[in-house]
Design a protein. Structure first.
Length: 68
């Protein structure tokens, strides 16, 4: 990405770095610069709970499975 494109999309680029944790490279005067988050984003941070997920393992043991 060049500096002109960065300037046009600065806030979107910064938000993307924050959300994904992936650095962005900018080329300026033939040199590469990087925008990186100060804390890396873990892949597990983006996981969302799904319906039917049981948090308590004991709940499965006492669940009625006869209707399945």
């Amino acid at each position: 990405m060049n500096a002109t494109r960065l300037r046009a999309n600065l806030y979107a680029v910064l938000d993307e770095v924050i959300e994904t944790g992936k650095p962005v490279e900018i080329v300026r005067k033939g040199r590469k610069l990087r925008i990186v988050p100060d804390h890396p984003v873990r892949k597990t941070d983006a996981l969302e709970p799904h319906p039917g997920t049981v948090d308590d393992p004991e709940a499965i043991v006492h669940q009625d499975w006869s209707g399945l």
